[in-house]
Ligand binder design. Structure first.
Ligand SMILES: NC(=O)c1ccc[n+]([C@@H]2O[C@H](COP(=O)([O-])OP(=O)(O)OC[C@H]3O[C@@H](n4cnc5c(N)ncnc54)[C@H](O)[C@@H]3O)[C@@H](O)[C@H]2O)c1
Length: 434
């Protein structure tokens, strides 16, 4: 099939590369000329393991065109995926649909009769219908279809998640259009992967509800961890005991400095606004959002108390990205911790294997970016592990103690064994380690 993907970001580019791998002819359209130029050279504009290799393989096989030219991208496209950003409006937490709306205005008069337009972006309930009306109002042919097909990939493991999904959810009123979209994923159908066809509205809500569930689960274990710290017991063994119950499961039961990233914070807020629009309260989700926002400050307050004031103190922070395996710093707990540390007057030296470029946009020159773990912790009075890159768990505690000037080690990702840190002569705090 001939497919156009609009938006060459984390989701759009992974979608484009993976459907090319399924054997389709793919046009990937973006308004960002620099991004398209780098993709034409075979360079992935962000860090995502495995994506560059798959991109090269499919570009070499001639199944791929990157372009900023809408006509070239859309002419004869049978399926058009919209994968542009849907950020949170900073003022009120609602979903900003302006990129989706402008993509619709861009394509309405170019798409051919019978085209299937697919919302892959995470969009509020009712958006598929809204997109169809918008396309028609802008001059699109009458017989187009608009479907919802939310994406569940995780940054850092995006290619594997797309190629081996737990489920593919398709929201469609038109059975034939749903079947045609299923054929895009034919290798996954042949493998026996789970496909679920629902109404467009249900598919849209599945995405928000899934992310809200994960956010609630993470917040739950974070609160249990804070309780375990007060009791003086280890939340890791408590989490293990909870997770062994098959009804609960062990995933997303790892305490940390709060959930972040491009999806959970924005989608939990988005869901609260969707609920409000329909006159419903989601108290559980609301509490999770509020609790999550409070965690970084509470953790820094704890450090502040232990060092008798952070003002003027040097803090080495390991991690900037919102999780290991990505360069994405959107809503990163590491950045939130750093902002509170700076507010308290600390001087921050930070290292992240991939996150510096994007972190600079948020933090500018307010911190010192280092080239290595050692450079971040050398001379520090406090060291904070903020992101779970595996290498942060591999530095020997004695080496940490040797490099530091002070003795407080705050491992908010629980990468180290508390006893080993203490044996190296350091004071230790973790997330729920007693
Ligand atoms: N990042 C994730 O892990 C993830 C996972 C699942 C779902 N989602 C959802 O997928 C959507 C995209 O997220 P992302 O992280 O890939 O965003 P992103 O910001 O990385 O990429 C969006 C891309 O769209 C391009 N764009 C914007 N307007 C355009 C237009 N009119 N025409 C062509 N290109 C345009 C931008 O230049 C950018 O390259 C969001 O709704 C997000 O919630 C993201």
């Amino acid at each position: 099939m001939r497919i156009c993907v609009i938006g060459a970001g984390y989701v759009g580019l992974v979608t484009a590369v993976c459907v090319a791998e399924f054997g389709h002819e793919v046009y990937c359209l973006d308004v960002d000329e620099e991004r398209i130029e780098s993709l034409k050279r075979g360079e992935v504009p962000f860090y995502e393991p495995g994506l560059g290799e798959l991109l090269k393989k499919n570009a070499d096989a001639g199944r791929f065109v990157f372009t900023t030219d809408k006509v070239e991208a859309l002419k004869r496209a049978e399926i058009v995926f919209i994968a542009v950003g849907t950020p949170m409006n900073p003022a009120d937490g609602t979903v900003d649909l302006s990129f989706v709306e402008s993509a619709c205005a861009d394509i309405a008069t170019i798409i051919a009769p019978g085209t299937i337009v697919v919302d892959k972006s995470t969009v509020p309930v009712g958006t598929a219908r809204k997109v169809k009306n918008l396309l028609l109002a802008n001059g699109a042919p009458e017989n187009i279809e608009v479907l919802s097909n939310p994406e569940f990939l995780r940054e850092g493991t995006a290619v594997g998640d797309f190629m081996q999904p737990d489920r593919v959810v398709i929201g469609a009123d038109n059975k034939q259009a749903a079947e045609k979209l299923m054929m895009v994923y034919k290798p996954l159908l042949d493998e026996g992967r789970q496909f679920l066809v629902t109404s467009p509205e249900s598919a849209e809500l599945v995405k928000y509800a899934s992310n809200a569930f994960l956010a609630v689960k993470l917040t739950f274990i974070n609160e249990i961890a804070l309780l375990a710290d007060r009791i003086g017991i280890d939340a890791i063994e408590v989490a293990k005991g909870i997770g062994l119950d098959k009804r609960i499961g062990s995933k997303f039961l790892h305490p940390g400095p709060g959930f972040g990233g491009s999806c959970l914070p924005k989608d939990t807020n988005g869901l609260l606004h969707i609920a409000k629009d329909f006159g419903a309260d989601l108290n559980l989700v609301e509490t999770a959002v509020r609790t999550n926002e409070e965690i970084p400050r509470a953790l820094v307050e704890r450090i502040d108390g232990l060092v008798e004031g952070l003002c003027g103190k040097i803090v080495g922070v390991l991690g900037l990205a919102f999780k290991g395996g990505t360069d994405d710093v959107r809503e990163s707990p590491a950045i939130k911790l750093i902002k509170v540390l700076l507010e308290k007057g600390a001087k921050v030296y930070a290292y992240d294997p991939q996150g510096e470029r994007l972190a600079r946009r948020e933090l500018g020159d307010s911190i010192v970016y280092t080239e290595s773990i050692e450079a971040a912790i050398e001379g520090a009075e406090v060291v904070v592990i903020a992101t779970e890159w595996p290498e942060f768990g591999q530095i020997a505690p004695r080496e940490i103690a040797r490099l530091m000037r002070g003795d407080l080690f705050a491992d908010f990702r629980n990468l180290h064994e508390p006893n080993e840190i203490k044996a190296a002569g350091l004071r230790y705090i973790g997330m729920g380690r007693g």
